[in-house]
Design a binder for this molecule. Structure first.
Ligand SMILES: [Ca+2]
Ligand SMILES: [Ca+2]
Ligand SMILES: [Ca+2]
Length: 281
């Protein structure tokens, strides 16, 4: 019911080409207002997040020019804003082409103003090495604007503090970083109704479309409400992470599998599980 009233409060005027009930002009305004201040490695092997050619079904990097892609959609109680930094390659120990990474925020409307309540930064998402983190926006001084986000060298995992990156997973490093000059913010639209020629969202060459759903389940929001620090957003396997951190090759294999099909991912999980069982004995 709250979701219904939220849609009503968003109004029915204005173009809505991605058919999500949120006026596209509002989406762009919020994307620009809450864009994070990204810090990337001065010597990143892939230079900067890329702009991809419009209208293609397969992702083809056009220019490594600091383009950030965005998405805004309604959820129960508010809106989510997602920021995707898309790279032409992940340069871990096992280099692989294409690397879709992201950061997101949960916004709620108060007295006619959109205010960020929580932020999430994805790191090695959906692998046993998952170091995704989240925090209340107030803790990050990012209620009325975007947070600072550190992107690890080569791997491009996102962190809500430089310190969190240091305790990331294996080879994550965020030292010697510089502020990324964002050249443009392009709205991807939604998975079913894409905008701005971003049909490559659906490509199985990367796992971008999987990242376009909600990042803030009620349990995470409840945990954040009572928290005064940055917390693990997906603490499914916290016990095994220090062990995984000892083996970069394993981390890279998992990250690589994560760009392939679900089948490959589940195979990688099985491989990692047996690797862990062997080493935890
Ligand atoms: Ca829309
Ligand atoms: Ca949208
Ligand atoms: Ca990566």
């Amino acid at each position: 019911m709250r979701f219904f009233f939220l849609l009503l409060s968003l109004g029915t005027f204005g173009a809505d080409q991605d058919l999500d009930g949120v006026p596209d002009e509002l989406e762009q305004r919020l994307l620009e207002r809450f864009v994070p201040r990204f810090y990337t490695a001065v010597d990143d092997c892939d230079v900067a997040p890329a702009e991809f050619e419009r209208g293609r079904t397969a992702p083809v990097a056009k220019k490594k020019n600091g383009t950030i892609y965005g998405q805004v959609f309604a959820v129960s109680g508010g809106l989510e804003v997602h920021y995707y930094h898309l790279w032409s390659a992940d340069c871990g120990k096992i280099r692989h082409p294409l690397d879709a990474e992201h950061v997101s925020g949960f916004l709620s409307e108060e007295k006619g103003e959109w205010r960020a309540r929580y932020w999430y930064a994805a790191a090695h998402e959906n692998t046993v090495c998952d170091r995704g983190s989240a925090a209340r926006a107030g803790l990050l001084y990012a209620e009325w604007r975007g947070p600072e986000v550190w992107i690890s060298r080569g791997k491009h995992a996102s962190f809500l503090s430089e310190a969190a990156c240091r305790t990331g997973c294996g080879s994550d490093r965020c030292d010697r970083s510089k502020r990324l000059a964002v050249s443009q913010l392009i709205n991807l639209g939604e998975v079913e109704n894409r905008l701005n020629g971003s049909d490559w969202v659906l490509s199985t060459a990367w796992n971008l479309s999987e990242k376009m759903g909600s990042d803030f389940p009620p349990a995470l929001r409840a945990a954040l409400d009572g928290s005064k620090r940055i917390i693990a957003a997906n603490p499914a396997t916290p016990g095994v992470q220090p062990v995984i951190a000892a083996g970069n090759t394993t981390i890279d294999s998992l990250a690589l599998a994560n760009t392939k099909t679900e089948g490959a991912l589940s195979k990688a999980h099985k491989t990692a599980k047996s690797w862990l069982q062997k080493h935890l004995r």
